[in-house]
Ligand binder design. Structure first.
Ligand code: TAP
Length: 505
């Protein structure tokens, strides 16, 4: 095995393999290794407008806000700050498109547009991956291999449905709802757009959507693709702007349905604002998933699954495996293996192809996560982070684990939305189920065991919308996703996702 070289002592690693840096890297050594930056041009403009009625238009207020790269705190571009008048114009355009073109179009014609969008996105995949990484801070290897291909896959999948909608609810007549209002978060900006837009328009609805203030870039870039695909004006309208604009968008009387992905707190505010109206609603909210490791699990594989579960996208994932429930008899071994593996993760420049953990999305989010680290330590849990240095500019946090955690600790109960793992032990299957379900959330769970019967038992008893067995964070457009309890209601993906965008007669 190549030897590790301390970055403090030497600016370059001694060991090289096939001319490349040695594979074992301490994250603080990042700058001591040859950088491998992604070179594709994200083709950015200095300023982006709203996308209404098929055109890019200036906001009525004339105001703009800066989109910041969390990896280096530099401004990426100016984004239009949409407000009430723009929301109004967007709904007017959407309603017109729905009534005159899109709602009447045969499904097989609508499908062609979705296929075209998917292909154009594939053509521009590298450019979108770089833009998404710059805007969000997630590693380029994630945007390149996951976010962008999955976004295209959602358009492909729903294109396939557009001319087969009678099978969404066999024996029933299926019709579009009309205009739908959608608001999405910052953790998977492009992917959430495609989760929301593709099923809605495949079904014949038109859309008004707002991306998060932190990550508006790929939404307006996707609008360029809508134009290039010849999507009829008004079918999709994109309003960048603050949360208050999202509130207007959700409450607008034209919206037959609203779909929200974000925090449980904001979800509740929205539900209160539309209570008593006829609007249909789906809510994809927060989570505090248990990733459960039994003593008969393949432990090395489980450790990879634990890492993927909580450090993918810096843990800013609604279904992140943020609670590790590990059987007491193997807990010490699992924690030791986990620490060894965490020492090899590279934290740093998200545009570097070898980076494993990128930047946290914003200064505020970093402060929230750091606040939870303080809470965990104050409440008596034991915090551990691999040694190393972080870049001096940008919003970074090393992967962090807490041991000595019990169910009453806040870090075990509240959604942190960062690279922080709370490790809890259990002895029996019943105790694992009880602890996993002891949360107001119910979005996902993971089970690691060699026994098929135990997987079946756990997947029926866990109150989670998704239960992964011997894997974690696996997604497919054909697979419905959604929550129990305070993680929301309604499903996205698969046939069930389409049911939430149609009316049945
Ligand atoms: P939020 O603060 O809830 O923001 C989500 C979106 O709602 C943003 O576009 C935000 O705009 C907007 N918003 C804020 N206040 C609003 C209001 N009063 N009315 C309407 N819209 C409003 O969440 P976040 O911090 O972006 O994302 C993290 C949360 O999302 C986590 O809790 C995570 O679990 C959840 N999430 C869930 C899922 C699923 S599928 N269940 C997926 C991803 C994320 P601004 O950005 O301008 O504030």
């Amino acid at each position: 095995m190549p030897t590790l070289t301390s970055a403090k002592k030497s600016p370059r690693p001694a060991a090289r393999v096939h001319g490349r840096p040695a594979p074992e890297l301490i994250f603080g050594d990042l700058w001591a290794y040859d950088p491998a930056p992604e070179t594709a041009d994200p083709k950015l403009k200095p300023r982006y407008e709203l996308f209404i009625g098929g055109k890019f238009v200036a906001p009525a207020s004339g105001k703009y806000f800066d989109s910041i790269n969390p990896a280096n705190e530099q401004k990426i571009a100016e984004m239009a700050l949409g407000g009430a008048a723009d929301v109004e114009a967007a709904y007017r355009a959407a309603q017109k498109a729905q009534e005159t073109v899109w709602g009447k179009m045969p499904g097989k014609e609508r499908a062609k547009y979705l296929f075209r969008i998917a292909r154009l996105l594939q053509d521009r995949a590298r450019e979108f991956a770089v833009a998404e990484t710059m805007d969000n801070g997630k590693p380029i290897k994630e945007t390149r291999d996951f976010d962008v291909p999955m976004a295209a896959a959602h358009f492909f999948y729903h294109a396939g449905w557009a001319d087969k909608l009678e099978y969404v609810a066999p024996g029933r007549k299926v019709a579009p709802l009309g205009v739908v209002g959608q608001v999405i978060p910052w953790n998977f900006p492009l992917l959430m757009l495609s989760w929301k837009i593709a099923p809605a328009i495949a079904m014949g609805n038109c859309v008004v959507i707002k991306p998060a203030t932190n990550t508006p870039l790929t939404a307006v870039k996707l609008a360029e693709i809508f134009q290039d695909a010849g999507l009829p004006p008004g079918v999709v309208n994109i309003i960048t702007g603050p949360g208050s604009t999202g509130g207007l968008l959700m409450a607008h009387p034209t919206a037959a349905k609203i779909a929200f992905t974000g925090s449980t707190e904001v979800g509740k505010v929205i539900m209160r604002s539309v209570a008593g109206t006829e609007k249909r609603m789906t809510m994809e909210l927060g989570g505090k998933a248990a990733n459960i490791v039994f003593d008969d699990a393949p432990l090395d594989q489980a450790v990879e699954g634990i890492i993927n579960g909580i450090f993918f996208n810096q843990g800013q994932v609604c279904c992140a495996g943020s609670r590790l429930l590990v059987q007491e008899s193997v807990a010490d071994r699992v924690v030791a293996k986990l620490k060894n593996r965490l020492r090899t993760l590279r934290v740093g420049d998200p545009l570097d192809k070898n980076t494993d953990v990128g930047a946290i999305v914003s200064r505020d989010q970093l402060a929230t996560i750091q606040g939870y680290l303080d809470i965990g330590v104050k409440e008596g849990c034991k915090m551990w982070q691999p040694a190393g240095r972080l870049p001096t500019k940008g919003f970074y946090l090393p992967p962090t684990i807490f041991t000595g955690v019990t169910q009453s600790h806040r870090i075990a109960r509240e959604e942190i939305f960062g690279p922080v793992l709370a490790i809890i032990t259990f002895r029996t299957v019943e105790e694992a189920v009880e602890k996993a379900n002891n949360t107001p959330y119910g979005l996902s769970a993971g089970v690691w065991t060699d026994k098929g019967s135990r997987i079946l038992k756990m997947s029926t008893e866990l109150k989670a919308g998704v239960v992964w067995a011997n894997t974690f964070n696996k997604f497919d457009p054909a697979s419905p996703f959604g929550g129990y309890k305070e993680s929301g209601f309604g499903r996205e993906g698969g046939r069930q996702g389409l049911l939430d965008y149609c009316q049945l007669a």
